[in-house]
Design a protein around this ligand. Structure first.
Ligand code: NDP
Length: 297
C-alpha cells in the first residue's frame, strides 16, 4: 500500500496567477478610468530582511503596472520625520496605498505611525479603524498575510462554511485577523495561544489548521486530523547538521503531510501570497478613492 501524501497547496503558483489578474485589472483601470494605482513604502533603517521585502514589493508593484515609491530614512530618523512623510503621502492623490515597513527603530512608536496613515490608504490593514471594521464585518482593507491564508484555504477546500477551523497564534498581524476572516467565511473558529490547554487535542478537532506561532516545526502529524487542510504561516530559519541554515514553518512538514489532506510548504506556501495580496489591496484602495467599482480579484 502506498503511503498517504497530502496535496501540496502551491502558494507560489497561486500568487503568480493572482499577480497576473491584478496586472490585467490595472491595464483596464488605466485605459477606462485613467487610474494608475500607486503604492508608497516607507523604510527606516537597514534591517536586511526589511530591505529584501521592500525591494520585492517595489519590483512586483512595477511589474503589475502600478506606480511605486520608496522613502528611505536613516536608522536614527525621529518619529516626527516619519510622521511628516506619512502626512505628505496621506495628502498625495497619486498615492493610494501607504506601507510603513515594520519593525521600526525603538525611538519610533509604531502604533502611532500606523494609526497616522489614512485608513483608506492603509494597505497593510493594521490601522485600528481597519481592524475594527474587520471585527464588525464592515468593508475594510484587511492585513495581507491573513487574506493570503484564506485564499489558499478556499482554493484547497472550496466553500469554508461550517468548517471547524483552529488558528494557532493570536497576534494582531496574523492570528486575530485570520480568525475574523474565517468567521466571515462561516467557519467555527477556535483561537489558540501559549496558554491553551492540550493544544494537540484542540488541533486534532480541526478540518482546517492555521499555524502562526513562530516556533519551528512545533505542530506534528499526530496533531492533525486525517484529511485536514494545513496552512503554515511560520517562517523560521534553523541551523542544519551541516552548519548551514534553512527555512521551516511552524508545522513539521513531512509528518503532517503524511496525515493531512492538503498542506502549504515553507517556503512557497503562504509567503508569496503576502505581496500579491498587498498589490490586491492597493488596487482596491485606488478604486475606492477614485469612486470606481473594484474588480473581482
Ligand atoms: P507573534 O510572535 O506575534 O505571535 C505568536 C503567537 O503564537 C502568539 O499569539 C503566541 O501566544 C503563540 N504561541 C507562541 N508559542 C506558543 C506555543 N508554544 N503554543 C501555542 N501558542 C504559542 O508572531 P506572528 O503572528 O507575527 O508570526 C507568526 C509566524 O508567522 C512567525 O513565524 C512569522 O515569521 C510568520 N509570519 C509570516 C508572514 C508571511 O508569510 N508573509 C507574515 C507574518 C508572520 P501568546 O499570545 O499567548 O504569546
Amino acid at each position: 500500500m502506498s503511503e498517504h501524501q497530502a496535496n501540496l497547496i502551491d502558494g507560489k503558483a497561486y500568487a503568480a496567477s493572482l499577480r497576473e489578474r491584478i496586472g490585467a485589472a490595472v491595464t483596464t483601470l488605466k485605459a477606462e478610468h485613467n487610474l494608475t494605482p500607486g503604492l508608497a513604502v516607507v523604510l527606516v533603517g537597514e534591517d536586511p530582511a526589511s530591505q529584501v521585502y521592500v525591494r520585492n514589493k517595489g519590483k512586483q508593484t512595477l511589474e503589475a503596472g502600478m506606480n511605486s515609491w520608496e522613502h528611505k530614512l536613516d536608522v536614527s530618523a525621529t518619529e516626527e520625520e516619519v510622521l511628516a512623510i506619512v502626512d505628505q503621502l496621506n495628502n498625495d492623490p497619486a498615492v493610494h496605498g501607504i506601507l510603513v515597513q515594520l519593525p521600526l527603530p525603538d525611538q519610533i512608536d509604531a502604533d502611532k505611525v500606523i494609526n497616522t496613515i489614512s485608513p483608506d490608504k492603509d494597505v497593510d490593514g493594521f490601522h485600528v479603524i481597519n481592524a475594527g471594521r474587520l471585527a464588525t464585518g464592515q468593508s475594510s482593507l484587511v492585513a495581507c498575510t491573513p487574506v493570503g491564508c484564506v485564499l489558499l484555504a478556499k482554493h484547497a477546500l472550496g466553500d469554508l462554511s461550517g468548517v471547524e477551523a483552529v488558528v494557532v497564534g493570536r497576534s494582531n498581524i496574523v492570528g486575530k485577523p485570520v480568525a475574523q476572516l474565517l468567521l466571515q467565511e462561516n467557519c467555527t473558529v477556535t483561537i489558540c495561544h501559549s496558554r491553551t490547554k492540550d493544544l494537540p487535542e484542540v488541533c486534532r478537532r480541526a478540518d482546517l489548521v492555521i499555524a502562526a506561532v513562530g516556533r519551528p516545526e512545533m505542530i506534528t502529524g499526530d496533531w492533525i486530523k486525517p484529511g485536514a487542510c494545513v496552512i503554515d504561516v511560520g517562517i523560521n530559519r534553523i541551523e542544519t547538521d551541516e552548519g548551514k541554515t534553512r527555512l521551516v514553518g511552524d508545522v513539521a512538514f513531512a509528518s503532517a503531510a503524511a496525515v493531512a489532506g492538503s498542506i502549504t510548504p515553507v517556503p512557497g506556501g503562504v509567503g508569496p501570497m503576502t505581496i500579491a495580496c498587498l498589490l490586491r489591496n492597493t488596487v482596491k484602495a485606488a478604486c475606492a478613492q477614485a469612486g470606481v467599482a473594484s474588480p473581482e480579484l
